[in-house]
Design a protein around this ligand. Structure first.
Ligand SMILES: Nc1ncnc2c1ncn2[C@@H]1O[C@H](COP(=O)(O)OP(=O)(O)O)[C@@H](O)[C@H]1O
Ligand SMILES: [Mg+2]
Length: 335
């Protein structure tokens, strides 16, 4: 009798999604008589090269807990398939992502990355001799325009995200950003806004989203159906971006201006999946799709292909989404 393929879940403060995911994986395994079982991982210090014992780990929290991130990298070395890839997640930032999407031909708002307002710990003005002084603010403002968004280059959860209306307004905010690394970005004055799940680089759920509403009403209930052409366009952007960045579980946000969907935020490798926030139909969809992916990966387990998709863009190529899809077909573990 072959052994049970185990799926482990690492969680933070959230409850509804990880609880439902584990219950659903075990329910599907029982119904379909699959040799798969899911559980929460329990840890108490990890020895180097200690095998995790899991075929697949779903990581919902290592961005907040360095110990978990180190544990997960060690687990990958032992052959575990970690969703999402902890190496790339450690390296990723939004500024790179905007440049990457632009290079892929996907519309993004004009964005600049700014030097920190305050010296990061253990640096002095001598550490910044490569910076021009004063900074050419007028050029940066002219490129981005006002209003604009000032936000961290690796943030999440709308922390330190500011809409600034003018240069004075910008400096008021920027002067309070301490040693955070911030981007300044063109405002997309949108007529519609969508947040999309993308699972396993192929399943996309487009959810109409109202960023101005109360947190409990942001996912629009009973939205009008999306025009087919626009839906296809957004789906393609989601799959291409997640393929390029190697994310198996992500949300991607698009602001639609004059009919054009601009990618605003697509570095959410532990996206909101809370029952009460995303609403029951979206919650059921994401639990089902992540269940399907985790079971498939656990049963047809292969170690990492060992390459990042975005490396194809590091050699001066301007646009290559078709090449990305070809690469995906030939290296994917799951298709
Ligand atoms: N360039 C932009 N144009 C229009 N709205 C934006 C822009 N950038 C951010 N926003 C608004 O601010 C919110 C938070 O910004 P986002 O980049 O998603 O940061 P976080 O990663 O913290 O969620 C977005 O959901 C959107 O409503
Ligand atoms: Mg966001």
């Amino acid at each position: 009798m072959s052994e049970i393929a185990r799926i482990g879940v690492l969680r933070g403060m959230e409850t509804t999604f990880p609880d439902a995911l584990i219950a659903n994986i075990n329910k599907v395994a029982t119904e379909k008589k699959l040799k798969v079982a899911a559980e929460f991982i329990m840890l108490g210090g990890t020895k180097m090269r200690e095998p995790s014992g899991y075929k697949v780990i779903i990581d919902r929290i290592s961005h907040e807990v360095a110990y978990y991130r180190a544990y997960l990298k060690n687990a990958v070395l032992g052959g575990t398939d970690v969703i999402n890839n902890p190496f790339w997640w450690s390296a990723d930032d939004k500024f790179f992502n905007y440049s990457l999407a632009d290079k892929m031909g996907i519309p993004v708002p004009k964005t600049v990355i700014l030097p920190h307002h305050q010296h990061p710990p253990n640096t002095t003005s001598e550490s910044f001799r490569n910076l021009t002084f004063p900074l050419p603010w007028d050029q940066l403002f002219e490129y981005v325009g006002f209003p604009a968004f000032l936000k961290p280059f690796d943030g999440g959860g709308w922390r330190h995200v500011y809409k600034v209306e003018s240069a004075d307004d910008f400096f008021d905010r920027y002067n309070q950003t301490g040693d955070l690394c911030m981007v300044l970005q063109e405002n997309i004055n949108f007529e519609e806004y969508y947040r999309c799940y993308c699972i396993n680089k192929k399943h996309v759920r487009i959810m109409q989203f109202d960023p101005g509403a109360d947190p409990v009403n942001r996912y629009v209930k009973n939205p009008a159906p999306l025009n087919d052409k626009k839906a296809k366009q957004i789906e393609k952007y989601c799959v291409d971006i997640c393929t390029a960045l190697g994310y198996d579980l992500n949300t991607l946000e698009f602001a639609v201006r004059d009919g054009v969907p601009y990618a605003i935020d697509y570095m959410n490798p532990a996206p909101d999946c809370d029952y009460y926030s995303v609403t029951p139909p979206n919650f059921e969809w994401v639990v089902d799709k992540v269940t399907e992916m985790a079971i498939d990966r656990a049963l047809h387990h292969q170690p990492y292909a060992g390459e990042f998709r975005w490396n194809q863009f590091l050699n001066g190529k301007e646009s290559g989404t078709s090449k990305l899809r070809t690469a995906k077909k030939s290296t994917s573990n799951t298709e």
